[in-house]
Design a binder for this molecule. Structure first.
Ligand SMILES: CC(C)(COP(=O)(O)OP(=O)(O)OC[C@H]1O[C@@H](n2cnc3c(N)ncnc32)[C@H](O)[C@@H]1OP(=O)(O)O)[C@@H](O)C(=O)NCCC(=O)NCCS
Length: 170
């Protein structure tokens, strides 16, 4: 750890360019870590990213509070009457040169804090061999409740996902 300061903030439409760059970087470098694919998202426009930030809940982190963005994490809240009590963490990504500084933990803490006000539990899916992410989620209190084998297929190879949840109300 370098002790470098960083800031976590809710992203708005004005962050669309930075968000798109970092999101695509993550999808390209780690195809097995995300349900979404680089090939599909690269076709989306900047306006799509802007709408995603304006209509959704996405947080970003910056080292020294200066551009560019170094980390992102999203919170999806279903609209359905029967499922809107469960939020889903998506798109957790920290660019390689900004890792191990605590940005991932800080982004996760911010998502959990926000989720605590609007949903009863938070769920996520993490690729089964992603030890760094698993350790991050376990440290924050997430517990495993299942394993989906062959959850993702990337270039003819299958990846299992561990399903985790954090109860926000007792
Ligand atoms: C998983 C990921 C988001 C973690 O981001 P990060 O910013 O490196 O996370 P943190 O810095 O908070 O924690 C990472 C490690 O640094 C350590 N660390 C965190 N804060 C620290 C601090 N203040 N001092 C010392 N060490 C610290 C943690 O203990 C952790 O170590 P461990 O996992 O070996 O136990 C990042 O590796 C990543 O983007 N990976 C690729 C995409 C991905 O897998 N996303 C998850 C999809 S489910």
């Amino acid at each position: 750890m370098t002790g470098a300061p960083f800031a976590v903030m809710r992203l708005s439409g004005a962050d669309a360019t930075d968000f798109r760059e970092l999101r695509l970087d993550g999808l390209r470098r780690h195809p097995e870590a995300f349900g979404a694919s680089y090939e599909e998202e690269v076709r989306q426009t900047l306006d799509d990213s802007r709408r995603r930030l304006e209509n959704g809940i996405v947080f970003g982190a910056r080292r020294n509070n200066l551009p560019p963005l170094d980390g992102i994490a999203g919170l999806f809240i279903p609209e359905g009457i029967k499922t809107r009590h469960k939020g889903v963490l998506w798109g957790m990504y920290v660019r390689p040169e900004a890792r191990d500084l605590g940005l991932g933990s800080a982004l996760l803490a911010r998502v959990i804090e926000h989720a605590g006000g609007v949903v009863e539990e938070l769920t996520l899916a993490v690729e089964a061999s992603n030890d760094q992410a698993l350790s991050l989620y376990r440290r924050a209190g997430f517990e495993e409740y299942g394993l989906e084998e062959r959850a993702l297929k990337v270039a003819d190879r299958y990846y299992g996902e561990i399903l985790m949840r954090l109860m926000l109300v007792s």
